[in-house]
Design a protein around this ligand. Structure first.
Ligand SMILES: Cc1ncc(COP(=O)(O)O)c(C=O)c1O
Length: 404
């Protein structure tokens, strides 16, 4: 079959193969532990369920305005004021099918053939491919400071006359790093001085630990939103654990929102009405769910860190947010894909190889699952990578012997 050039160029998700294999093994009754997951296990907040149910009971489920229902936009305005201290107008908001579509619409609206978008490693797997689909070039900057931090100098040095945007994801998937306040401040000032857009993917901004806050970019600008370079991406997928509803949004100057809305109108139209009402229900409903989820993730993180501390040769920068960590396994195996495959085949644990995020030698481990899964997954990994450990391990009903 003749497929398009783009279809050939877009990389297959490196995790797809591992996930397919894990699913096949699970279907065969194998005791798989999934430390690759990107969503919390909570039920949707009650406010979301009530609002979605009311919409379904009424039965009139229709198209909405492409850029989102006015009532959801009001809830997003209130959220933006509460958490960012920023007053925005409905025309500054695009509601999309997840943060993912909001980002994609932004790239489509900003990037011409050959334009560059700067990404900070480790980066979320979808960014480079989305930028390429929009005709752009991802330019990756490696961290130059411990704990995956970057100096603003190293980012500024990557800027060329083709740079259209710098993308910052803080807290960061996959490392859990929350970038420093002075770094965000410098990036805002730099982008404003150089007329470069600064896209902040804040999808994990409420999932931060130990009393920390993820500094939002708006606090460092005095420009009115219409002349601002900032594009803020957020949504209900992670903080409210509502991944399946597919609601995210972008806050941006009205001109850009209008352009993004055109792409959305010609592709997916409005996000589903039921999901938009559910998102409004979550944002305006009881907010204890945010803190409950955050505390669960913090407890899980602590367990994950103590399990990792028991593995010799493995170093991890403690994540300050998200539900991922990115330990360095390079002293055990350089090739992260081979290590991830070995862990799946031998001890039935799913992880995500660091090569997917531009960090060879590392593995991303998710602690969004249950405490039991985290402990059991880490027990198996610890055994698998310890060449001097016992000769066999019990997994489910099987005794696995070390043959590698
Ligand atoms: C950094 C980052 N941004 C965006 C998304 C996508 O969010 P959504 O499910 O709202 O499309 C994810 C999902 O894993 C993510 O990790």
């Amino acid at each position: 079959m003749k497929l398009s050039r783009l279809a050939h160029e877009i990389a297959e998700s490196p995790t797809l193969k591992l996930n397919d294999r894990a699913r096949a093994l699970r279907d065969q009754g194998e005791p798989i532990i999934h430390l690759g997951i990107g969503e919390p296990k909570n039920a949707a907040p009650i406010g979301a369920i009530v609002a979605a149910s009311a919409c379904l009971t009424d039965g009139r489920v229709k198209y909405t305005p492409t850029s989102g229902l006015p009532c959801l936009k009001r809830a997003i305005q209130a959220y933006t004021l509460q958490y960012y201290g920023k007053q925005v107008e409905p025309e500054n908001i695009l509601v999309a099918n997840g943060a993912k579509q909001a980002l994609f619409n932004a790239f489509l609206s900003l990037v011409d053939e050959g334009d560059e978008v700067i990404l900070l490693a480790p980066y979320w797997v979808s960014y480079p491919e989305m930028i390429k689909m929009a005709g752009g070039q991802p330019v990756v900057v490696q961290p130059d400071m411990p704990g995956f931090h970057l100096s603003s100098d190293v980012v500024q040095r990557a800027v060329t006359n083709r740079t259209r945007a710098i993308l910052i994801n803080s807290p960061n998937n996959p490392s859990g790093v929350v970038y420093r306040k002075d770094f965000i401040r410098d990036m805002v000032a730099f982008c404003e001085a150089e007329n470069i857009h600064l896209i902040t993917d804040d999808i994990y901004h409420k999932l931060v630990f130990d009393g920390m806050e993820a500094p939002g970019a708006y606090q460092f600008t005095s420009l009115p939103i219409e002349s601002s370079q900032l594009i803020v991406i957020n949504g209900v997928s992670k903080s409210y654990g509502m991944t399946g509803f597919r609601i995210g949004w972008a806050i941006a100057p009205a001109e850009l929102v209008t352009a993004m809305t055109k792409f959305q109108a010609q592709t997916t139209s409005s996000p589903p009405m039921v999901s938009q009402l559910a998102a409004e229900g979550a944002l305006t409903g009881e907010q204890g769910v945010l803190e409950g989820l955050r505390l669960d993730m913090q407890n899980n993180r602590d367990v994950m860190l103590s399990e990792l501390a028991a593995i010799e040769g493995v170093h991890v920068s403690p994540p300050a947010g998200t539900f991922y960590c990115l330990p360095d396994f390079s002293s055990i195996m350089e090739d992260s894909m081979t290590l991830a495959e070995l862990l799946l085949e031998k001890v039935r644990v799913v992880t995500v190889p660091g090569c997917a995020f531009g960090m060879e030698g590392y593995l991303r481990l998710s602690f969004a699952g249950s405490m039991k899964e985290i402990r059991e997954g880490m027990r198996r990994i610890r055994w698998a990578v310890d060449a001097n450990g016992s000769h066999s391990i019990r997994i489910g009903d099987n005794h696995i012997k070390r043959d590698w």
